[in-house]
Write a protein that binds this ligand. Structure first.
Ligand SMILES: Cc1cc2nc3c(=O)[nH]c(=O)nc-3n(C[C@H](O)[C@H](O)[C@H](O)COP(=O)(O)O)c2cc1C
Length: 281
């Protein structure tokens, strides 16, 4: 299975998104679900996406499985997740290079601005030649950069195939971004060195330690309190803000602390717990 998603740079004030990769600045990517649901339902939009003016630079990612829906609504493409395979989204699309090319082409034709980025995020095939072929087709169709999660669609916790990412990078003229098991700045440096990629994307590493790209090895307490302040200020739903805090405390709290913290059910209980366990900053 393969996925196709779209990523929309929401705000141009940060300049070209590729410049940000090249300048080594972090770019926030919001993963969203199915584009058609998102367009149809205000409830889906409200529950799956909120942002504010300080949440920049920002890319928004959608999943789509046909060119028309994608081209009519968005501007940048991604295909790399495993969750939506049975619906024909996501990782199943790596086996449909012509469809992906069609989707990229439709989106490209829809947008006059040549600086507008269109990207895809993929997993790899067992036969790396197929992935290289896919990537070269999508480059020819006009994608701006390609993010590669270096696992096949079937792989979950197996080691990431950085050698495959290097092969893909070497076969392209456009920038390539490496993804998979990047948990520290040492990982960032090692993987850039190993693969020659132009940037990295991290998911779980940043959930656990949102300050990773700022050079912190563990989540600083300041980061935890900053997130509490942001969540309160912007009215983030408790389940969402709590979930992020559970990730953030994963490596810096003891098991008994996590047992209590993970069962808290209100913002005030969270704040009391953080004060009594860790102090203010
Ligand atoms: C909570 C969570 C949600 C994710 N949602 C998406 C998604 O919507 N689209 C996508 O392409 N990948 C998604 N992924 C996969 C990540 O982008 C990434 O490819 C994968 O987790 C491997 O990278 P990592 O080792 O840095 O986590 C998600 C991962 C996590 C942990």
């Amino acid at each position: 299975m393969t996925e196709v998603h779209s990523e929309i740079p929401v705000d141009a004030d940060s300049g070209n998104i590729m410049d940000l990769f090249h300048r080594g600045r972090p770019v926030r990517a919001r993963m969203l679900n199915v584009l058609s649901d998102f367009m149809r339902s205000a409830k889906a939009r409200d529950s799956e996406f909120t942002t504010n003016k300080t949440d920049r630079p920002l890319i928004v990612q959608f999943a789509a499985k046909d060119a028309q829906t994608l081209a009519e609504n968005v501007s940048v493409l991604n295909m790399g997740c495993g969750w939506a395979v049975s619906e024909g989204y996501g990782a199943c699309l790596i086996n449909k290079p012509e469809l992906v090319k069609d989707m990229v082409g439709h989106v490209r034709n829809q947008i006059d601005n040549p600086n507008y980025a269109v990207s895809i995020k993929i997993r790899i095939h067992k036969d790396i030649r197929k992935t290289v072929d896919l990537c070269q087709k999508e480059e020819a169709a006009g994608v701006s950069w390609i993010t590669v999660h270096g696992r096949t669609a079937d792989e979950r916790h197996q080691p990431v195939h950085y050698d495959a990412i290097k092969t893909i990078k070497d076969s392209l003229s456009i920038p390539a971004i490496a993804n998979g098991d990047i948990k520290s700045m040492q990982d960032v440096e090692a993987i850039c060195e190993l693969t020659g990629v132009d940037g990295v994307m991290a998911a779980r590493g940043l959930l656990t330690n949102p300050a990773m790209f700022a050079g912190y090895e563990e989540t600083p307490l300041q980061c935890v309190w900053d997130w509490v302040d942001i969540a309160v200020e912007h009215g983030t739903p408790f389940t969402c803000s709590h979930h992020h805090l559970i990730y953030m405390l994963e490596r810096i709290s003891s098991q008994p602390e996590r047992r209590v913290f993970n069962n808290l059910s209100s913002t005030s209980a969270v704040i009391d717990f953080l004060h009594s366990t860790y102090g203010s900053t």
